[in-house]
Design a protein around this ligand. Sequence first.
Ligand SMILES: Nc1nc2c(ncn2[C@@H]2O[C@H](COP(=O)(O)OP(=O)(O)OP(=O)(O)O)[C@@H](O)[C@H]2O)c(=O)[nH]1
Length: 205
Amino acid sequence: MNNIKLALLGSQGAGKSAVLVRFLTKRFIGEYASNANSLYRKRLSIDGRQLNLEVFDPCSQGTEARCILEEPVDWADGFVVVYNINDRTSFINAENILHQIRETRMENSKGEFEVPVCLMGNKQDLSHVRQVCEEEGRLLAQENRCLFQEVSAAESYQEIDSLFTRLIRDMMEHLKYRADRRRYSGSKSMAKLINNVFGKRRKSV
Ligand SMILES: Nc1nc2c(ncn2[C@@H]2O[C@H](COP(=O)(O)OP(=O)(O)OP(=O)(O)O)[C@@H](O)[C@H]2O)c(=O)[nH]1
C-alpha cells in the first residue's frame, strides 16, 4: 500500500484545519484547537489504489513562514498552501511559502523534481469583503506551477474534495517517477560496478 505524506501550510486563521477536516470528514467544524501540531491519518482509495494518507497540520501561532516550513518541507511528498481571500497578508505569506518550498526542494533534489503543490484561496463565501482577487491567486499558481482553486470550507465539500484528489493523484505519479528514477540509476550504478569489476578483469586476461 502507498504511503503519502501531505503538509498544510499557511497563515494563522487562513482555514487550514477547516479545509482539511472538510476533506477528511465532509463536515465543517467552526473552531479548532490551534495551539499544537496535528498529524491526521486516513486510508483512501483513489483510482482503485489503496493508500495511507498522513497530513501534517502544523500549529502556526505566532510563527514566521520559515519556521512553519522547517519541519514539513523535507518530510512531505506534497503541499497544500492555504490563504484567506479576505486577508492580503495571508496571500503574501502564501507567496513566500511557495518560494521557500521551491527553493528548498530544488536544493535537495538538485532541480530534478518538482514537488506537487496546491494553492487554495479559502473563505470564498466571504468574497464580498475579499482583499485578493481570484486572478491574482491563479497567476501566483501559474508562476509556481501548482494547482489552484478558490474554495469555501464553510460552504462546500465538492471543490475541496476534487482539489485534494487531484493533488494526491499528482503526488502518487511523482512518487512513482522518483522510485523509477532511483531504480534506473540503481541498476545503472550496478551495471557500472559489474563492468568495473568484470569488464576490467576480462580485459586483463
Ligand atoms: N466564513 C468562513 N470561515 C472559515 C472558513 N474556513 C475557516 N473559517 C473560520 O476561520 C477560522 C480559522 O480557521 P482554522 O481552520 O482554525 O484556521 P487555521 O489556518 O487552521 O488556523 P491555525 O490553526 O491557527 O493556524 C475559524 O473560526 C473557522 O471557523 C470558510 O471557508 N469560511
